[in-house]
Design a protein around this ligand. Structure first.
Ligand SMILES: NC(=O)c1ccc[n+]([C@@H]2O[C@H](COP(=O)([O-])OP(=O)(O)OC[C@H]3O[C@@H](n4cnc5c(N)ncnc54)[C@H](OP(=O)(O)O)[C@@H]3O)[C@@H](O)[C@H]2O)c1
Length: 261
């Protein structure tokens, strides 16, 4: 995910690739990145961290504590830290690094294709001007939404952060139905993929809610109504809402687990 941001920022020309430094502890990744010689790649925090103005932290949450311990001696005055680590709070990062300017962000997977949604919130110490720079950086992977509180970030995890997996779940169900109806793997993929793409395009380009679109497809006594009635009879909408809340609750829980670790 860190590399996704680096590549998107470089592609956007907001910053030149050579103005970015990358550090990763996985040797295979650094060797590959050095070969591409697009970014300055480092193995050593001491050599790169003090020179940075903005620092992205993109490791798994269980690496956070050890990483912050290693980073702390090398942080410099005025640096801004953007963390995308799920569940690691702004307070924990401020304390772990001994810094003030921290932004907590929650991206999602479509960032890889420039269609991501990053929700973020910032510590009070981050200025308006700095926030606008951060927004520009985050927007390079798609769109960003600034939220008021960290609880909102946990809630957005349940909608946009984990959301792509809900869509894939729905797609998988439709693929399985298509295959059962006798379509080939290729045809099933086209039927499902294009249907999702078309529906999303309609939703994004018009100011109509999904209910209205559903009613435009469905007519009384018709095929779509039969499908929608079947979903309603099986309480599918409530179950999806419950699933989103399960992700939200888990995000809150992970944050508590990290603080108590
Ligand atoms: N992927 C998503 O869709 C998504 C969505 C929302 C939020 N996030 C958040 O984004 C963060 C990164 O996720 P990811 O999927 O990109 O993880 P990832 O593929 O594991 O990438 C993290 C990289 O950081 C390296 N690393 C670990 N400890 C390090 C250290 N001390 N110093 C330098 N590098 C270190 C890892 O190396 P090793 O492989 O050797 O450990 C790995 O190459 C996570 O906190 C996750 O919660 C991800």
């Amino acid at each position: 995910m860190g590399l996704t941001y680096a590549e998107a920022i470089a592609k956007s020309k907001f910053l030149k690739a050579k103005d970015m430094m990358i550090l990763d502890s996985a040797p295979d990744k650094t060797i590959e990145l050095k070969k591409q010689s697009l970014f300055d790649v480092y193995d050593d925090l001491e050599k790169c961290l003090p020179k940075a103005d903005v620092v992205f932290i993109a490791v798994k949450p269980y690496h956070a504590e050890a990483l912050m311990r290693d980073m702390k001696p090398h942080v410099a005055e005025g640096q801004i830290f953007i963390s995308i680590m799920a569940g690691v709070t702004i307070g924990a990062i401020q304390e772990g690094l001994g810094v003030e300017k921290v932004v907590r962000a929650m991206p999602n997977l479509p960032a890889q294709v420039g269609k991501g949604l990053t929700s973020f919130t910032a510590a009070d110490e981050v200025s308006r001007l700095e926030l606008s720079t951060i927004e520009n950086l985050l927007d390079t992977t798609g769109r960003s939404v600034r939220l008021d509180t960290e609880n909102d970030i946990d809630a957005s995890t349940g909608i946009s952060g984990s959301g792509p997996a809900y869509i894939f779940y729905f797609m998988q169900s439709m693929l399985e139905a298509a295959k059962k109806m006798g379509f080939s793997g290729h045809d099933s993929k086209v039927l499902v993929g294009q249907t999702f793409e078309g529906a999303v395009e309609l939703f994004n380009t018009h100011d109509l809610d999904p209910e209205t679109w559903m009613n435009r497809v469905a007519s009384k006594g018709g095929t779509t109504r039969a499908a929608l009635d079947s979903m309603d009879d099986n309480n599918v909408k409530e179950l999806i809402k419950e699933a989103a809340y399960a992700a939200f609750d888990r995000a809150v829980e992970l944050g508590k687990e990290f603080q108590n670790a």
